[in-house]
Design a protein around this ligand. Structure first.
Ligand code: BG6
Length: 493
């Protein structure tokens, strides 16, 4: 799926322009798209927030965020000045009508594409859609981008979808999950569906189990307000992890067209075995970090426990870690567990999908532990993007002994100086009206339907998360989750 440049002028209205997401990810991505000449010369980015009053103050924050994102000391002045001229700034309260009147005056040409990007808490989406509609800001050429999590459970997700449907058609709604824009996720599709080698093995006959990990060393940073009411399940599992699971488990789509891909993904989500009742305590681990040490460039740094983070309630039971054993009830995957986990303040920042094949049925060689010798295909999404295949080879000079060896599948012959960030890819797709990597309403609802019983169980039973030391790999129960099945997480192999 090659990236194409914007062919029509557009107005991109970025609501929540000083949110953590906008500064950390969206502005740097827009800046790179702009510098690479990928945004239409007549395009315009309208940055909107309610708290910052001057464009100068906003741009200073923006510059600092881009420098931090790129790890640079300075930006190319010429590019920066051109970029600042491309940006407009408006201070608007999203809940009040006057702000939308201001916006209406700025968006003069209704024929231009309009993209409303909501980098805000989803509880604001219905008000925003209503205000946009009552100020005649929604045109046939408009799209709305909704950040996850959309709602906090099935009921609120459905309410937001219903409300959006009053003002936008489904093809105008872009539900973003930035993990789908990561380069290795695209490569997962290519490896699976452009090669015959793996697809024949991609089922319960040959695969033992699959692990998907998104681990972060970061804590909750300055996002306690958002995170306290969200937690790891809603922030990462219900969306990013389930989407990675869909890309790994789906049947071959008929084409790369948006409907074809979404049809296959939703089939996976609808085949997830519900985790309910006593199975929840058996199959789901919920954790919260205690104080500990995180390895940084400056060495081991002591960090606070979650409950001592600024803005966090001292009795908080919010999950900062979640691990779950998922099963898919269909012919391809029956009996193959998918172990998913994510957490903040873990030992390393990494994201990997590990496909572990079954060991050979009968070994004629001297083997070490069977699991460590099994073939593995590992998709590394970050850092050090790439794919590796673990095979067995004979140990030189040792009679009949084999050992694991790794083939690293690095792209050959391509002159890549910089891997674009996921948001660059996805913002370009929104501007070009390509919805392939965005979620359809039924996908979102199927994901909430699966997650709801777990959330309700935690809430109704007043259960506390298990604790883990910052800098570790999560609660002991997460290790046990696999150990009960005679397996180990990848980093313990
Ligand atoms: C976001 C979550 O969706 O993804 C954050 O809200 C998380 O809590 C982030 O830190 C991780 O994204 P990435 O691309 O940095 O791995």
């Amino acid at each position: 799926m090659p990236l194409s440049d914007a062919t029509e002028p557009f107005d991109l209205i970025l609501m929540g322009a000083n949110s953590d997401l906008a500064l950390r990810k969206l502005l740097p991505a827009l800046y790179h798209l702009f510098c690479d000449g990928r945004l239409h010369a007549q395009g315009r980015i309208w940055t909107i927030s309610r708290s910052i009053t001057s464009k100068g103050d906003y741009l200073a924050m923006c510059k600092k965020a881009i420098l931090q994102h790129d790890g640079l000391a300075s930006l190319d002045e010429k590019n920066w000045n051109r970029f600042t001229a491309y940006i407009g700034y408006l201070s608007i309260d999203f809940e009040k009508a006057q702000g939308y009147e201001k916006l209406h005056k700025k968006l003069k040409d209704p024929a231009r594409q309009r993209i409303f990007y909501c980098a805000l808490h989803s509880k604001l989406y219905p008000t925003i859609a209503k205000q946009l509609a009552s100020h005649n800001l929604i045109t046939d050429n408009s799209r709305i981008v909704l950040e996850k999590p959309i709602g906090s459970d099935y009921k609120s997700g459905a309410m937001i979808n219903r409300c959006m449907a009053e003002y936008f058609s489904e093809s105008q709604i872009f539900r973003i999950d930035h993990y789908l824009g990561k380069e290795t996720v695209q490569n997962l599709l290519a490896l699976r569906f452009a090669n015959s080698l793996f697809e024949h093995q991609w089922n319960q006959r040959y695969i033992d189990h699959i692990q998907i990990t998104i681990s972060e060393t970061m804590g909750v940073e300055k996002r306690a307000g958002f995170y306290e009411s969200t937690g790891a399940l809603r922030d990462m599992l219900q969306n990013h992890l389930l989407q990675l699971l869909c890309m790994t488990a789906m049947d071959p789509p008929a084409s790369l067209n948006a409907q074809a891909i979404r049809d296959e993904k939703v089939k996976v989500l609808n085949s997830l075995k519900p985790i309910t009742g006593s199975d929840i305590d058996e199959h789901v681990v919920r954790g919260q970090y205690e104080a500990g040490f995180i390895l940084t460039d400056r060495g081991n740094e002591a960090v606070n426990r979650y409950r001592d983070e600024p803005g966090v309630n001292e009795h908080s039971v919010t999950d900062t870690f979640v691990a779950v054993k998922v099963e898919i009830d269909n012919w391809r995957w029956a009996g193959v567990p998918f172990y998913l986990r994510t957490g903040k303040r873990l030992a390393q920042r990494a994201c990997e999908i590990v496909v572990q094949f079954k060991p050979v049925p009968h070994s004629i060689f001297e083997m070490q532990h069977k699991q460590t010798m099994a073939n593995k295909l590992v998709f590394r999404l970050q850092p050090d993007e790439g794919v590796r295949l673990q095979l067995c080879e004979k140990r030189i000079g040792h009679h009949q002994q084999v050992r694991p060896m790794t083939l690293s599948l690095k792209s050959s012959g391509e002159d890549v100086t910089r891997i674009p960030d996921a948001y660059e890819r996805l913002l370009a797709d929104v501007i070009n009206n390509n919805a392939t990597l965005f979620l359809r309403e039924d996908e979102l609802m199927a994901a909430w339907k699966w997650a709801d019983p777990i959330l309700q169980h935690w809430q109704n039973n007043d259960l506390k998360p298990e604790t883990y030391a910052a800098g570790s790999w999560g609660p002991a129960a997460a290790t046990l989750l696999l150990a009960k099945d005679g397996r180990l997480w990848e980093e313990n192999n």
